[in-house]
Every structure is written in structure tokens, then in C-alpha cells.
Ligand binder design. Structure first.
Ligand SMILES: [Zn+2]
Length: 397
């Protein structure tokens, strides 16, 4: 089965849909849990499925450094390697190169580096090794990893960068999108090109069709966003992402940017808002026509003892929970809330038992999936305008 997207219902600009991939289908609007290095931290694939995770994200940057894409391919591709065996998406590596690593230097036509599109050289955040990533290499890595949806390699500048940097990033992102599309087609038609001089062999049967999404950049400059959307539309990708948001520009400016940019993308193709976000961000973006989200919030906050609930957030390390016999959230159907008290959770965090982060990650992932399910139901029932997001504020003791 190749990539499909069906819109089943709409409510205003919001869409209820379904994405089909070679590894199964998932409902949209979708929230993808992040399996950075091939695992959702602290949660098994079985648990993730029971929490209603339907599509998982893996990070190309982390997987290319360890264990390396050839190793993942030899072990069956990312879905088999990770034991998830369902729909997966990999990002391009761009965001982590620009946010995690040191010594980022561009080469390419504008720096006298020839006209192959150029790339970026950086130091690995693990051992300082110098690595060069290009759009073609990002495609090669993502083909070896084998996720169902892969992302074009983009230049993701910080929110507060000067206009010249933003303009250069846009230019580079567009040039790289063309190269990614070409390389994607080449690797799809002839997987033997993926291995280069590697000693590994490839079994053709391991390869599934992959859908390449483009990433619209432009910061919060609405004219730049419009130019980017128009250029990338012209290349006809099966899906489009909005990148470079939720990087410090604030909720209002982010929503304003989505409001203007989403309608410029093809109606019949999925729209993915990368790295977002909180429940209210997701609701406002869905109202403006976004179909896919991913964020590390549920697991990162879970590991740190912070739980999202429909009443607000709770910090489970707080001493005030020591004798609290209530479940974390009484209306939640997750394993954590059905079996354990706030007092027990507080104990796990205070003695640093690994079950604490696991239970809160389970609850937080379930919180986001319940919220997506509420959003999908509201679109179906045409009641999205009356839906209010759970509050962010810290509750209780
Ligand atoms: Zn729960």
C-alpha cells in the first residue's frame, strides 16, 4: 500500500482524516509520540499502542550517529528494529543539527562550494566528531531507516535571527527541497544506490514506498512563508510541514503564522506542524487546518515528574502529594491512573525509581491521545468551536 490521505469530515477549516501507509493507517488530526533514538523513552511499543499512539516519530540526527542507518537497515528497518511495526515518520536531521550540535558551517553555491546544493558540517554532540550532512545524504539515511513518511532536509534558523539569515535559510531550504525530491526518486527507483561502498548487502524486499514531505520555512515573516509555500507547492509533494515554529516566537505569533500559511498549502494533502506543542497550541492549529503534530512534551515532562491533566498540570515530586491517595487524574483511563495513587508516584520520584518516569510518560501520552480523540470527535460533530483546551497552570500542593 502506498501513501494516502482521505478527508472524512470538516468543521470550519479543521479536517478529520486518515493517512494510509505501507505499515498501516492513522487518524488525523494526529499527535505523534517521539521515539528519538528508536524508542519512546520509558514506554514499550505495546504500551504505546494501548495508549492510542498510531504513528511514531524517529530522529534522523540521533539514529545516524548511533547506531547508524546501515545498522538499522541490516536489522530490518526502523519499524522492525524498534518493534513498533506501525506507521513511522523520520525528521530530516536539520532541526537537531541546528539546535544540538556545535560548529555549524554551510557550504554550497553561495560560499563558492560548487553547485551541488551544498550541506552543513557540524560536530556530533556525542563525541565531537565532525559530520557533514547534505540533502542527498539525509535522503539516503532516511531511505535506509525506512520510515513511511520522510522529511526534506531544511535549514531551520532560530526565531530571532536577522532578516539576511532568514532569507538565506529560505533560499537554501528551497534548493535542498529540489535536491531531496530528486534523490528520493533516485533511491526509490534503485535502492542499490543507498549503500555506496558499504560492505552490507540489501534485500529489495525490505523496502517499502516512502512519502517525502516538504518543509515550509520563513519564520514569522508572513510574506516569506507565502513565498515558501508557493515554491514548494510547485514541486508537488504528497504532504507539507510547517517548520521553524515553536522555537521561541510565542503562541500568538505562531498561531498568526499558521493562520496565514496553512490555507496556502494544497487542501487535499496533509499538513504537519513540527514540534508542537501544548494542548491549546494543537487546538488552535487544528482550527486552522493542521493535521499532524509531534512533541517530546509528554515524555520529557513525564520523566521530570510533571503530569498534564484536564484540570491543569501537577508536579508529582511535591511533598504535598506524600499522603495523597487519589489517582493522578480520576477521569483518565490509563494504566497509571487506574492502579496507582499520587502518593505512590511521589514516592517513586523521591527515591528515583525508574517506574516513576515510565508511569508519568504513560499518563502524559494518554493525555495527549485523549485530547486528539476529543478534537477528532468535535470535528465529526461540528462542535470544534465550543471545545476548550485543558488549562496549563500548575495545580495544587
Ligand atoms: Zn492517566
Amino acid at each position: 500500500m502506498s501513501f494516502t490521505f482521505s478527508i472524512l469530515a470538516t468543521d470550519g477549516r479543521a479536517r478529520l482524516g486518515r493517512i494510509g501507509t505501507p505499515h498501516g493507517s492513522f487518524d488525523t488530526p494526529a499527535f505523534m509520540a517521539v521515539g528519538t533514538r528508536g524508542s519512546i523513552k520509558g514506554v514499550t511499543p505495546d504500551q504505546a499502542r494501548n495508549l492510542d499512539c498510531q504513528c511514531i516519530l524517529g530522529n534522523t540526527y540521533h539514529l545516524m550517529l548511533r547506531p547508524g542507518p546501515e545498522t538499522v537497515r541490516q536489522l530490518g528497518g526502523l519499524q522492525t528494529f524498534s518493534g513498533w511495526n506501525g506507521p513511522m515518520l523520520t525528521d530530516s536531521g536539520g532541526f537537531q543539527v541546528f539546535s544540538l550540535s556545535d560548529l555549524r558551517e554551510f557550504d554550497g553555491p553561495e560560499n563558492g562550494g560548487g553547485n551541488e546544493g551544498g550541506g552543513v558540517t557540524f560536530r556530533s554532540h556525542i563525541d565531537g566528531a565532525v559530520v557533514r550532512l547534505t540533502p542527498r545524504e539525509s535522503m539516503r539515511i532516511q531511505h535506509l531507516l525506512g520510515a513511511d513518511i520522510i522529511m526534506a532536509f531544511d535549514d531551520c534558523p532560530p526565531a530571532d535571527c536577522p532578516p539576511e539569515r532568514l532569507a538565506a535559510a529560505l533560499e537554501r531550504t528551497h534548493r535542498w527541497a529540489e535536491i531531496c525530491k530528486q534523490a528520493h526518486e533516485e533511491f526509490t527507483n534503485d535502492p542499490s544506490r543507498l549503500m555506496g561502498h558499504s560492505p552490507f548487502t540489501i534485500h529489495d524486499s525490505l523496502f517499502y514506498p516512502q512519502a517525502l514531505f516538504a518543509i515550509v520555512q520563513g519564520g514569522t515573516d508572513l510574506a516569506a512563508r507565502a513565498r515558501s509555500a508557493a515554491f514548494l507547492r510547485g514541486l508537488d509533494f504528497p504532504g507539507y510541514a510547517l517548520g521553524g515554529l515553536a522555537v521561541g516566537e510565542g503562541h500568538e505569533r505562531m498561531i498568526d503564522t499558521i493562520d496565514v500559511t496553512a490555507p496556502l498549502l494544497p487542501h487535499e494533502k496533509p499538513r504537519y506542524l513540527m514540534g508542537v506543542g501544548y494542548a491549546k497550541d494543537i487546538l488552535e492549529a487544528v482550527k486552522r487546518g493542521i493535521d499532524m503534530f509531534d512533541c517530546v512534551l509528554p515524555t520529557r515532562n513525564g520523566r521530570n515528574g510533571l503530569a498534564f491533566t484536564y484540570q491543569g498540570t501537577r508536579r508529582l515530586r511535591n511533598a504535598g502529594y506524600a499522603l495523597d491517595n487519589a489517582p493522578l487524574e480520576s477521569d483518565c483511563d490509563c494504566y497509571c491512573c487506574r492502579h496507582f495513587s499520587r502518593g505512590y508516584l511521589r514516592h517513586l520520584f523521591s527515591v528515583e525509581e525508574m517506574l516513576g518516569p515510565t508511569l508519568l510518560s504513560i499518563h502524559n501520552i494518554r493525555f495527549f491521545q485523549r485530547w486528539m480523540s476529543d478534537i477528532r470527535a468535535a470535528i465529526k460533530n461540528q462542535t470544534l468551536s465550543t471545545l476548550t483546551a485543558p488549562p496549563d497552570e500548575l495545580l495544587g500542593v
